[in-house]
Design a protein around this ligand. Sequence first.
Ligand code: ARG
Length: 269
Amino acid sequence: MKKKSLLKLFIFLLAFAMLAFVLGCGSTEEPVDTESGDDTEKSEAGDPDLEAENEADEKEVLLMGTNAGFIPFEFLNEDEEIDGFDIELAEEIASILGMELEVLDMDFGGLILAVKNGQIDIAVAGITITEERLESVNFSDPYYVAGQTIVVREDETGISGIEDLAGRLVGVQEGTTGDFECDDLIEEGLFKSEDVRRFPQVNEVFLALESGQVDAVIMDEPVANRYIEERGGMKTIGGVFTEEEFGIAIAKENKELLEQINAALKEIK
Ligand code: ARG
């Protein structure tokens, strides 16, 4: 009898130990199971992040660089998203090419080099096609015609053309055609180098004019008009004095993308 009950106890303890072991293993494995279970559940339930990720996985990414602050071509909207004509254009091109557009906000002065170095696939930022830039990158067919204009404060009476800028302080965005125009005027002897103030962002150029840090701004006309519309207190002088065409910058080696983008532009036009 005693032997039997000891055996029973032994079997009972063994069974208990085995059960504890199984449960123990189960509980350590459980989080892993739940995690993987969660994943399938999420994608099945249509988690938007995961879905976007999966789509991006399928589609090749078209990485675009821009400089948001050039209204109406690129700017940050109320949701702090990069928005504007250039983004819509690039979205359409990407959709025609069956690619997923990603947009990076960068300094304007660094865009051409970033394309050249392959950091980004394209730069779309109201970029004027110039001989100098064509030495570093290719450009798509032009998609917009613009030109530089002079902006002054509304109460300014002493400036009615380029010649009147002599001896005055002029603001431009660094690395833009407005900046290069100033270089030419410095070479021609109209400006002194120290009279030109260069700012990294368009917004800063207009702030400098508003606060009296500079007397005039040289800027792409459509952008100047939009800033004046939005902020008031400023006016343009004498219409446009350059003729420029905007193009999409693409690395020289990327011939196929250049052709695809030009074909897409034709389709969109
Ligand atoms: N069109 C001028 C240029 O090519 C100015 C462009 C500035 N663009 C910008 N997104 N800030 O130099």
